[in-house]
Design a protein around this ligand. Sequence first.
Ligand SMILES: [Zn+2]
Length: 197
Amino acid sequence: MKIPASLPSILWIISVPCSAQTLLVGLYDYSYLSAQEMIRLTETADRAFAHSGIHIVWSHCRGALAAVPGATCEGEMQINEIVIRFQPGGPRSSHDGRLGHTMVTAEGGYYASVFVGSVRAQAAGFGIAFDLLMGYSVAHEVGHCLLGPGHSYAGLMRGEWNRKDASEISRLSLHLTKQEARKAVARLTLAEGAARR
Ligand SMILES: [Zn+2]
């Protein structure tokens, strides 16, 4: 059958999902956060990724907002999907004073943990709201999943936040650098392209 020249490009447009840079994040809360804390921390993480070109779709798989386990949490993981666990307490190793951890290769990863006890203590130390720092800690680990293990000298992906960063967090103005955002979007686009082949 001869296909008119214009048809393939029309089909291509139809088959490309409009959410090309969507990231699915499954949340598993083992630290008994309240529904309000869960809502606020996801809203905060959304703000951290605003203007980055990445849209996060959250699934509450365990915790206050988890419905009856649904297909979104039980099915096969998607190529653009990651899992974040909220662990009570801090990191297991005393050498690791960080607020979270992501299992990563140079390209990125799929499984991250946020240490809720450490975040709570650090938020109190900075004098900022707990759910605010939780949101940014989640966003930082999402960043590792998309960018790999490295840290930057400024912004969301700094290795350790100081008081200046904390004041940017309280103004919701800590983000990926432009270069990091481009890299993260490219990785998601590549993954989705590979999944379609
Ligand atoms: Zn980090």
